[in-house]
Design a protein around this ligand. Sequence first.
Ligand SMILES: Cc1c2[nH]c(c1CCC(=O)O)Cc1[nH]c(c(CCC(=O)O)c1C)Cc1[nH]c(c(CCC(=O)O)c1C)Cc1[nH]c(c(C)c1CCC(=O)O)C2
Length: 341
Amino acid sequence: MKLILRALAGETLPTPPIWMMRQAGRYLPEYRATRAQAGDFLSLCYNSELAAEVTLQPIRRYGFDAAILFADILLLPQALGADLWFETGEGPRLSTITTMAGVRGLKPKEAIHETLGPIYETVRILARELPAETTLIGFAGAPWTVATYMIAGRGSKDQGAAHALKAADRATFSALIDVITEATIDYLSAQVQAGAEVVKLFDSWAGSLKGQDFQDFAVKPAARIIRAVKAKHPGLPVIAFPREAGAGYVGFAQATEADCVAVDNSVSPEWAAAQVQPSGCVQGNLSPTHMVTGGQELIDATRRVVEAFRGGPHIFNLGHGITPDASPDNVARMVDAVRNG
Ligand SMILES: Cc1c2[nH]c(c1CCC(=O)O)Cc1[nH]c(c(CCC(=O)O)c1C)Cc1[nH]c(c(CCC(=O)O)c1C)Cc1[nH]c(c(C)c1CCC(=O)O)C2
């Protein structure tokens, strides 16, 4: 069995399998060239041949154990009818939704496949072209994180607009979460039908949900999605990433039936090994800054992560996505340190 699938099944391996969030990205010259060929980022996402090409680039270069579908979490809101564009040097922009009429105005979930068809085609190409030992990971944004972008129309440090809507008009906020939740089930399910072997749910802003809100809007939607997708695809392994959840990482796997919890680098690997790994596979959690700074510190920090998680199932990864200023050589050094000590 493929190494990633063995780790996800709970096996403790002598050397952890490895992949990297945002492994297809701007730090790679070949990615920048293919993106230029596509025109812009969104055109690249919807160009199945070129999206498959950039997905394969880091596999060829580093031999990672997993490839993650090249797409974006904001394609789903676009498929639901939101306008989406990227401001150069700034990030995503969307038309905003802040009223019940806005939520009701979204397209029905049956309509998403019309927009997302090229993404499923990317998955089909990858299922054909990936090396036999490489696992193909599909993904979606978790409802809370996707909602923060749909409500504010852009990224924000504190997710203030989403918190404000949640406080002022809980019915509208909950209705939006429900629409995203149901559409995400169908989106992930279509990716699995096309050939994704694992799916990952990215809740990048889970850390700003506190107390009961964390239960209601991070745990519950993830549990609903995971249960529904597994009901359609028995045995499908799922990775959940409630980023910066802190103490919320503990028990997250049981509460959501995720097979693996990805942890960010705001928690230490020793803490995550003691608190999270007893309930299953953990993915993480080297700081992406080491991919920029390199040196002996990169080697030491990589070894520390491997060592900390050695006693249980582990998938080596960064704590968050690799940044555009990272050095491809540092990535090669990290991969070597994981595999060869
Ligand atoms: C919040 C979020 C988004 N997208 C995503 C998240 C959640 C994970 C996280 O926290 O990183 C997830 C995502 N985005 C992308 C992937 C592909 C798979 C992967 O390589 O991990 C995945 C899984 C490609 C991408 N998505 C984006 C890029 C950079 C686009 C480019 O080439 O200019 C890539 C490779 C653009 C994007 N997309 C998004 C933002 C905020 C940005 C702009 C940030 C930036 O410019 O770096 C929304």
